[in-house]
Design a protein around this ligand. Sequence first.
Ligand code: XIL
Length: 328
Amino acid sequence: GIPSLKAVFGDQFLFGAAFENFELLQEADRKLLAKHFNSVTPGNVLKWDTLQRQEGVFDFTGADAAVQFAVDNGQQVRGHTLVWHNQTPDWVFRDASGNLVSKDVLFQRMENHIKTVVGRYKDHIYAWDVANEVIDAGQPDGLRRSLWYQIAGEEYIEKAFIYAHEADPDAVLFINDYNTHEPAKSQALYNLIQRLQAKGIPIHGVGHQTHMNIDYPSMSEIENSIVKFAALGLKTEITELDIDVYSNSSQRYDTLPDNIAQKQTTRYKQLFDIFKKHSALIDNVTVWGKDDGNTWLRKFPVSRNNWPLLFNERLQSKPAYWAIVNAA
Ligand code: XIL
């Protein structure tokens, strides 16, 4: 058979993949996940709206099954995610009349959720994306105007890290975001992290989602952002890598053009050359889906064909797989 990604990159970083529980139903999917990846990220089942859709009613069915798969296969697990503006039920932010709750009430709900979830998986989840996508470079303080922010300001981010650390002092706690290379966004994220560090908040790493496309961003921008955040003394993980074959939402291919496939292969190769160069800084590189048949980019931002990953929908290794393996 072909070499496994986890073996090929074993002396560089963990190699992870996001997955959905329905992918565990077919043996071929299970085998691919188990063979190539020594880290997994449940794609949805650790989000708030799955775990606690109604206040006080926790449902761990999906999360337990996902984590058990990883344990059975000796894989590390990244927990994704605790505090986010998406996939969080509205009840979290509101009272019975529908008005926004006080900061105290919000923090009680947050503490209960984070401590219940992080505590339950403390033996099996080594890292958590505590705060996901909290940056908005268009705001004067650089923070997204989510309901979290509207109720509690920047303090909600501090509290999220504190609660997670109290629940599992060994967990590696990440702030995770997309387009971390983009100048204004990068600066806003950098400033936030420095404020958190100055207050002694237990933040341990930056997760670079790394949702790329066929043209954007440049390799040097990605390299610079890896180096820039590592210099803050933080761990670096690539948490949601994929390379969209389109560069805007109006394009659509019935079949993947050869020149686009080749360009994608080249970009994967160049990217992993950077990861190799900086492998002392990088602990985990996770692709957001194991194969092209299981990518969120076939639904987002519009429904269309896409082929952003390392294995095709028949679970065969793509040229991009061979390019990174041969250069490892
Ligand atoms: C995506 C999932 O893959 C989809 O199944 C879901 O419908 C929406 O969320 N950034 C993130 C991830 O941090 O949680 C998102 O995952 C992809 C973008």
